[in-house]
Write a protein that binds this ligand. Sequence first.
Ligand SMILES: Cc1cc2nc3c(=O)[nH]c(=O)nc-3n(C[C@H](O)[C@H](O)[C@H](O)COP(=O)(O)OP(=O)(O)OC[C@H]3O[C@@H](n4cnc5c(N)ncnc54)[C@H](O)[C@@H]3O)c2cc1C
Length: 322
Amino acid sequence: MSVLIFIDSAEGHVKKASLEVLTYGAKVAEQLGVAAEGVILGTVTEDLAALGKYGVKKIHHVANAALDHLDAQVYTRVIAQVAEATGATVIIFSNNVDGKAIAPRLSVRLKAGLVSGAIGLPDTSNGGFTVKKNVFSGKAFANISVKTNIKIIALNPNAYKTETREGTAEVVSFNATVDPGKVKVTKVTKASGEVPLTEAEIVVSAGRGLKGPENWGMVEDLAKALHAALACSRPVADAHWRPHNEHVGQTGIAIAPNLYIAIGISGAIQHLAGVNRSKVIVVINKDPEAPFFKAADYGIVGDAFEIVPKLTAAVKKMKGIT
Ligand SMILES: Cc1cc2nc3c(=O)[nH]c(=O)nc-3n(C[C@H](O)[C@H](O)[C@H](O)COP(=O)(O)OP(=O)(O)OC[C@H]3O[C@@H](n4cnc5c(N)ncnc54)[C@H](O)[C@@H]3O)c2cc1C
């Protein structure tokens, strides 16, 4: 019996979300009195043994270059082999783009109950296994009791704090059967922007209050000063003021940075659904009645065209940027 944690990586590097699931998975393993093991697929350039500091004891590395790009069907079949070989009873993913693609498929393959969007450790008292998750775009919680022998949890990014301890992991090579898959990646075009949105600690986002694409320079300046990623509301992307890969919300990307700065965004429920897991939300809006202020930790009522340049100047001064 073991807890198996999927270590998500890109271009050979372990993603930040993986460190959260490693910490979380190690805690689940401790609760159940079993070992925490990891699985990572494809070419990796990082020192995997060092991931032991997040509590994982053993890492199974399927170092096959055919797995360098995500193909959810192929990944599912490989992870299923590792799960079967390790006798995993709990399998943990980040509920990020990759986790959302793999976990449901693995759930069907292994006939395992799945809780996606988990936000806390399972309650294992009295022999049960109940996991708390967000529902209705974060408006309510549900406690899901999982009764299957194998259980899968997809943990929301930023829902669990990364912790380190002493220790290194044993890294073992896993010889899996990797079938060719039905999809072939022929070209990868990276989205523009200095910081990837889903990995960013800080996100600066703007909406229709900016009036037009010609005014995004001040938003970009603030993002650059803060080393933040850029995001926008849906109407902004629909109007082609900004690319669709920056659109956050119910129908866009869901993010959970440490700091989300919303400029000229009203705070519609569909927008909040994608950003309300941010640790700290700062809202800049000229309308004191804007709904976003109810979800904000800090609010500035005023004209973005006056406030944003001042904020950027203050950040630059603080950081000594000329
Ligand atoms: C099924 C469905 C799915 C949707 N999915 C999404 C989604 O994923 N993401 C998303 O964002 N939306 C989504 N929407 C749209 C959503 O309902 C809102 O219409 C949208 O979020 C509003 O965008 P906005 O806040 O930029 O614009 P607006 O609602 O027009 O708000 C602009 C804000 O800017 C403020 N403002 C104006 N001028 C200034 C100024 N000079 N300085 C400061 N503030 C100023 C205004 O007070 C206002 O609050 C969805 C809608 C539906 C029906």
